[in-house]
Design a binder for this molecule. Structure first.
Ligand code: AMP
Length: 462
């Protein structure tokens, strides 16, 4: 998963993009990049790491220009390698271009095969690069024309921001899988901004104007904004953004994520009650809001039974056998005494492989809990996502092959219950249009096109 940000017509474009990326950090922690445009010349800073580690004041000062685009990355297509850090940049006969992508193209491999047969040389192994390659081959005279032509060839999920020719261009795929919102700075209303989530606008004091519509291409040049359309499809916004991915303080498709998660929790409490429970505790941070909704609806005390260490990045220390559950202990720790002898309801947003939940349940039991009942604020994840969320293959998804009772045995919980698909639909009450629920139902709006042969990674730069 990834986050994108773009701004036009502002003397501090790069600084504001840097701040916007901070607010989008939860969408990707592997790498970050900002590319600014000054008279069509691009300036780029891209590195592996968190936003705070990638940029220095000196580097930001060197990102000149009134237009900038930025990206935080969590790889779903292409490895976690420096050559895949976004925004991707290229030079072609119309100048330099920088492109940042949230989503996943389902036909990128097939397109790449045919482009390579035609002589194309690829600099990355990111699916996003096919869009640049297609633009370079397009005979259209305008930037937006070339972009629209390239997008007419790709299938799948994309929320894109691009800069070239001193313009900011933003586009969303015809189904609108991933979020993308248009706003403007309060202090400088002639400066348009686009971002994956509104929490990025709050930080830079921008107001949201509206969603970039599915199938819409926005071109912003100076203070003028032009909207064009590629044919759209029935809207299929990713419901997992509401369940897990988006920040609860964001508004997406006109709906507050916090409010929806509270409702998921309260519907879950109705569907899967636990009699005589002493407390509801969330798995922080992903389960907090749904747990609050559950506790309120069930009238059970809400406690922060697990405390999260927010400063844990990736650890390179291998756990010794003597330190059990090391990985999860780094991140979570139970409050001493609180859980002793208690019947506890633990709420999280999802179970993927089941490995984290197993460690968490063990930790809660070791802290003295008498009973542990796990409640999940979404339906079982039974299929992988092809549209930009990093879910493992079908075989690794525990709910694909195990019932809630079997999962309870595996994670050593007294019971496990999920929100039903109908309950989730009720909680998001139809939303502003339809949802993609492929990970819960297997109903894929766009089929994934597997490559004829799995491509080998041939150039590994560390
Ligand atoms: P697991 O041990 O695989 O069952 O992990 C479940 C945990 O991973 C839950 O706490 C979720 O909040 C979290 N989670 C769900 N989807 C993702 C994802 N795509 N990337 C990272 N974490 C996730």
């Amino acid at each position: 998963m990834c986050g994108v940000f773009g701004i036009a017509n502002h003397p501090e474009a790069a600084n504001l993009t840097y701040l916007g990326l901070h607010a989008l950090q939860h969408r990707g922690q592997e790498s970050a990049g900002v590319v600014s445009s000054e008279g069509g010349t691009l300036h780029a800073v891209r590195k592996m790491g968190l936003v705070a580690d990638v940029f220095s004041a000196d580097l930001l000062r060197s990102l000149h220009g009134a237009v900038a685009v930025g990206h935080v990355r969590y790889s779903t297509a292409g490895g976690s390698l420096p050559k895949n850090i976004q925004p991707l940049t290229a030079e072609y006969r119309h100048g330099a271009v920088a492109l940042a992508h949230n989503g996943n193209l389902v036909n990128a491999e097939a397109l790449r095969d045919s482009l390579e047969r035609d002589g194309a040389i690829f600099a990355s192994n990111s699916d996003t690069e096919v869009i640049l390659q297609l633009m370079a081959r397009c005979p259209q005279p305008t930037l937006t024309g070339r972009f629209a032509w390239a997008l007419s060839h790709v299938k799948g999920a994309y929320s894109l921001v691009m800069t070239s020719e001193d313009r900011l261009v933003a586009a969303r795929d015809p189904f609108g899988f991933r979020p993308l919102i248009l706003g403007r700075l309060r202090s400088s209303p002639r400066s348009y901004v686009v971002a994956s989530e509104t929490c990025a606008f709050d930080l830079i004091e921008a107001e949201a104007i509206r969603d970039v519509e599915p199938g819409e291409i926005l071109t912003i040049e100076g203070e003028t904004l032009r909207s064009e359309r590629i044919p759209s499809e029935p809207k299929r916004f990713c419901v997992f953004e509401h369940v897990y991915f988006a920040r609860p303080d964001s508004r997406i498709n006109g709906q507050g994520v916090y409010e929806l998660r509270l409702r998921m929790g309260s519907v879950l409490a109705r569907e899967a009650p636990v009699d005589n429970a002493d407390m509801v505790i969330p798995v922080p941070d992903s389960g907090v809001v749904a747990a609050l909704g559950y506790a309120r609806a069930a009238d059970i005390p809400f406690e922060m039974g697990l405390i999260r260490n927010h400063y844990v990045g990736r650890t390179f220390i291998e756990p010794k056998d003597s330190i059990r559950h090391f990985g999860v202990k780094l991140k979570l720790n139970p409050v001493p005494g609180l859980l002793d002898g208690k019947k506890v309801v633990v709420v999280d947003d999802s179970i993927v492989r089941g490995t984290t939940s197993r460690k968490i349940v063990k930790m809660i039991r070791e802290a003295g809990a008498a009973e542990v009942h796990v409640r999940i604020s979404s339906p079982p994840v039974i299929r992988p996502c092809f549209y930009g969320i990093d879910t493992p293959t079908r075989g690794e998804l525990i709910a694909n092959s195990h019932s809630p009772a079997e999962i309870a045995r595996y994670i050593t919980a007294d019971s496990v219950a999920y929100l039903s698909p109908e309950g989730l639909a009720e909680a998001v009450h139809g939303g502003a249009g339809g949802f993609c629920t492929a990970c819960f139902t297997g109903d894929y709006p766009v089929p994934f096109e597997p490559p004829a042969q799995r491509r080998q990674l041939r150039l590994v730069e560390l």
